[in-house]
Design a protein around this ligand. Structure first.
Ligand code: MN
Ligand code: MN
Length: 305
């Protein structure tokens, strides 16, 4: 029988990559024929985590064939998934996002919980199935939760995420605060990325009513340093706007130490951004206390579209 592929979203982040590896581990232990995969290159934070726990990257896939059996983790929207997903057979979803533009022909397992990270749900699934978690897998799960909740500082964090981090840190034998800061900082080394790469590191397509938009985000420990590259970042954003006919492109530069963001917004619908947040000056605005695209940027833009 052919393997069922497990993968997360494009522009993979640490939760997406680790979820695929972790769910592969769990389902294999339950006797299923599954294989972790990925839709894109990992960021530096994810590389740091995999390297730290000495785990190999899942295989890169270039879309899925018609009829391929798949399991989606850390996403459900087809626009964020592998090319060809419309014609794949989705067997299962484990996710912590809103359900949007998702449809299947057949019944499936669908597990969604409004927690801060897919791996918080996966931890419950190990327990429900009575499967033990080894040190390495615990380390990966811990890395994912730290990444998605910015070391438990993001408003997306729930009490369950916090409990999971403490439990997993114990299994992994790790000081999660020291490790987490080191891991997040590894992801903020963005100096050798081109402007095109920067805006694609963590970029999601989203619809704001009938408007087409993208919201990209990078983590940094130094907003002013990133803003020295504003002109080339804007040029790269404008190119995508022209190519894809976007109405709005928001690029959030998030300071993970002080929990603020600087946003750059371009496109003919920047008025949506201004209604949602504040006036742009020279295409940019400081957003105090904003760190979460999912909770603090996307829904506010949607309300104001
Ligand atoms: Mn993700
Ligand atoms: Mn996630």
């Amino acid at each position: 029988m052919e393997e069922v592929l497990i993968f997360g979203h494009k522009s993979p982040d640490t939760d997406t990559i680790c979820s695929a590896i972790v769910l592969e581990n769990l389902l294999k232990k339950l006797g299923q024929n599954v294989k972790a995969a990925r839709n894109g290159e990992p960021n530096k934070e994810t590389k740091f985590a995999l390297n730290y726990f000495n785990v190999e990257l899942p295989e890169l896939i270039n879309g899925v064939e018609e009829g391929q059996e798949v399991i989606l983790v850390d996403h459900n929207e087809f626009s964020q998934s592998a090319d060809g997903i419309e014609n794949a057979k989705i067997k299962m979803v484990v996710d912590h996002h809103r359900v949007h533009e998702f449809e299947t022909a057949d019944p499936l397992y669908y597990r969604a919980e409004p927690v801060g990270c897919t791996n918080t749900i996966l931890l419950k699934m190990y327990k429900e199935n009575g499967v033990e978690i080894d040190k390495t897998i615990a380390g990966l799960m811990l890395s994912a939760i730290i990444s998605d909740t910015l070391l438990l500082k993001s408003p997306t964090k729930t009490a369950e995420d916090e409990k999971a981090v403490k439990e997993l840190a114990k299994i992994a034998g790790i000081d999660y605060e020291a490790y987490g800061l080191e891991m997040l900082k590894a992801g903020t080394d963005l100096s050798d990325y081109s402007a095109e790469e920067l805006i694609n590191l963590d970029c999601k397509k989203c619809e704001l009513k009938d408007k087409k938009s993208r919201i990209a985000q990078v983590n940094t420990a130094d907003i002013p340093e990133m803003m020295t590259r504003k002109a080339e970042i804007e040029a790269a954003m404008q190119k995508v706007i022209d190519e894809e006919g976007l109405d709005l492109f928001v690029f959030a530069i998030t300071d993970i130490i002080n929990s603020n963001s600087q946003a750059i917004a371009l496109g003919k619908e920047t008025a949506i951004f201004e209604r949602a947040f504040t006036t742009l000056e020279d295409n940019t605005a400081f957003l105090p206390g904003v760190v979460s695209r999912k909770k603090q940027i996307l829904p506010v833009l949607q309300e104001n579209a």
